[in-house]
Design a protein around this ligand. Structure first.
Ligand code: GAP
Length: 588
């Protein structure tokens, strides 16, 4: 498992069996938008419910929120999304296509031009073959490439390849040469669709704009949220007060987010409308931990991460949430070795972030981000405090009591220590002193750890992981291929399918309906009375139903049914009570 590297195989099964459809398909579809069909919406709901149960219901230190998609536009100014939530975008001066400047080489590699170039560099570049390609196939594929439309440019490229073939042994270098052989200054980035010249990248804000109210005026412009997180920060005080939580605690939210992605790609992986499951877990600043506990536990202390401790600093909380998220991903059915932790390098981090880990899954199109866990300091709450004029501080009784035990000399020493530490991070002494003075009053703006997951990405990873084509040979030696989706029972859209062995015997049929009625009250059950039992099993295997139950004549005699396991294909006879107990145990 999995036994396909092709997203086409997965997407065709999803369409055929009712997991995912292209949005507005009857009108030709709309790029970057997807609808979840009967099985897809059940599966998506299972993922979300499992996340909610694990993150909110099963914990005492997390409260929930369900905020609106459209919020006051000032939120996006404060969060930085209005000014910086953009992708660099280039336009082709010839074919006018728009694309993300950082995806040009991926688009090239995925398309026919990239495949043509890849074939040219196999076993070393040959100038003659490149010239042949430019005069032949490339005329249709990349008509605006300099070496295709200009004989002098082709001659210049030919000479350069002959002089130093090793320099053009990769597709990107070769394509750039064919666009620049005559020495264009500045060098042209060639369009991956036609070979024309791309414009310099310009920032393109990814937020969808809309107008609130009947007057289409700039003053009424609002935005569809590009993440669920900001509502949590904006409602921080309301949730904290009403839930009576004390730091450390979290606020969780899941729901739709919207990003006007320049190039949505890889099926549902990068969509324009998608769902997120986000937790903002608020923690004490390390300085407050130190005052309360006398020490701050860091990862250098090799702490036991199973039970949170008051002495944990931000670094340990961050690692704790990385581990919690990995455990959930595994519990949903992704094997441990199918995903990796990518720790962003210091130069990749946002200026306010202290650490960020991407959990990356090995999708058929490459190893890509499934979700992220960021340590975001007090940046978000401080920004909203500044922009709204409303305090985001909390009062922490144990902190005030701890500070009250310090004499003036100890307070001065602590202030000096914090100022010196802040100075190493480029923060001024005045700000450090004001921060410590607040700490002595028991007040601070909490810091936050943010595990942020995408429902659609998780579902895509589970679909890719579950797919298997098994070659089977029956008793008569006949070979066959069984397509089976190995979903974990807690995520599978249908948990149990119920079949009457025959549909023309009322006693068997009615007994089967009665048992179906019992099961569907407990879990998602599916009724199928059509065709041979073997074919019915295959239909359920293809949608990942873990168990099939057949009611036959023996059921009428002794009340037992046949339970067939999807993965082992083994069958056993169970009473109805045994069956219910087995399902309950597996689905808990
Ligand atoms: N609040 C932090 C935040 O939104 P992000 O890395 O931009 O961080 C978090 O998004 C997660 O949301 C991603 O790891 C991914 O699972 C999902 N996501 C982001 N953009 C997406 C898109 N265009 N389509 C599908 N899922 C997306």
């Amino acid at each position: 498992m999995p036994t396909t590297n092709s997203l086409d195989v997965i997407s065709s099964l999803c369409k055929r069996r009712g997991f995912i459809f292209h949005s507005s398909e009857i009108y030709g579809g709309i790029n970057g938008f997807w609808d979840y069909g009967p099985l897809g919406c059940e599966m998506k709901r299972n993922i979300k419910e499992d996340w909610w149960k694990t993150t909110v219901r099963n914990r005492e230190d997390v409260a929930g929120l369900d905020a609106t998609i459209i919020m006051h536009p000032a939120i996006w100014k404060a969060s930085g999304h209005l000014d910086t939530f953009s992708d660099p975008m280039s336009t082709c001066k010839s074919c006018k296509k728009l694309m993300r400047a950082d995806q040009v080489w991926d688009i090239l590699a995925d398309g026919e031009i990239g495949q043509g170039l890849a074939a040219l560099i196999v076993g070393g570049v040959d100038a003659g073959k490149v010239a042949g390609w430019c005069k032949g196939k490339a005329k249709g594929l990349a008509p605006n490439l300099a070496a295709v439309r200009d004989a002098d440019a082709l001659t210049a490229a030919f000479e350069k390849i002959k002089a130093d073939p090793a320099a053009y042994a990769d597709a990107q270098a070769l394509y750039v040469l064919l666009a620049n052989a005559k020495g264009s200054q500045p060098a042209v980035t060639p369009c991956p669709y036609c070979g024309g010249e791309l414009t310099e990248p310009r920032p393109f804000n990814l937020m969808f704009k809309t107008v609130v109210g009947p007057v289409d005026d700039p003053a009424n412009v609002a935005y569809l949220r590009p993440e669920t997180a900001q509502a949590i920060f904006a409602q921080f005080q309301n949730v904290q007060v009403t839930s009576r939580q004390q730091v450390p605690f979290g606020i969780a939210q899941m729901g739709k987010s919207f990003r006007n992605e320049v190039t949505p790609r890889n099926y549902t992986f990068r969509s324009r409308e998608f769902e997120q499951m986000e937790l903002e877990f608020f923690i004490r600043p390390d300085e407050a931990v130190e005052l309360i506990c006398g020490t701050v536990t860091t990862m250098a202390d090799s702490p036991d991460l199973s039970v949170p401790q008051a002495s944990w600093g931000w670094e340990v909380w961050h690692k704790y949430w990385v581990e919690q998220r990995k455990a959930w991903i595994q519990a949903c059915g992704l094997p441990k070795d199918s995903f990796v932790e990518y720790w962003q390098k210091p130069e990749e981090l946002a200026h306010y972030a202290r650490a960020c880990v991407d959990i990356e899954y090995s999708f058929p199109f490459g190893v890509q981000e499934l979700e992220g866990i960021a340590a975001r300091s007090d940046f978000d709450l401080t920004q909203h405090q500044k922009h709204s004029g409303k305090s985001m501080e909390v009062f922490d009784e144990p902190l005030k009591l701890a500070a009250a035990k310090l004499d003036e000399a100890a307070k001065a020493a602590f202030t000096a220590k914090v100022s010196a530490e802040w100075a190493t991070r480029g923060k001024d002494a005045e700000a450090a002193r004001a921060f410590v003075a607040k700490l002595f009053e028991g007040k601070y703006v909490p810091h936050v750890i943010e595990p942020s997951a995408g429902v659609d990405r998780m579902m895509l990873a589970l679909l890719c992981n579950a797919y298997e084509e098994q070659k089977l040979t029956d008793e008569k030696g006949k070979e066959d291929v069984r397509v089976v989706m190995h979903f974990s029972p807690r995520i599978a859209p249908v948990k149990v399918a119920v079949f009457p062995l025959v549909k023309n015997k009322p006693e068997v049929y009615n007994k089967a309906r009665e048992i179906f009625g019992h099961l569907r009250r407990r879990c998602a059950a599916f009724w199928d009375e059509g065709g041979a039992i073997g074919r019915r099993y295959r239909r359920q295997d293809e949608i990942g139903t873990p168990w099939c139950v057949t009611i036959d004549f023996q059921t009428l005699d002794d009340g037992t049914v046949t339970l067939r396991d999807r993965d082992t294909m083994q069958q056993e006879r169970l009473t109805l009570d045994q069956l219910k107990a087995k399902l309950e145990e597996a689905l808990l």
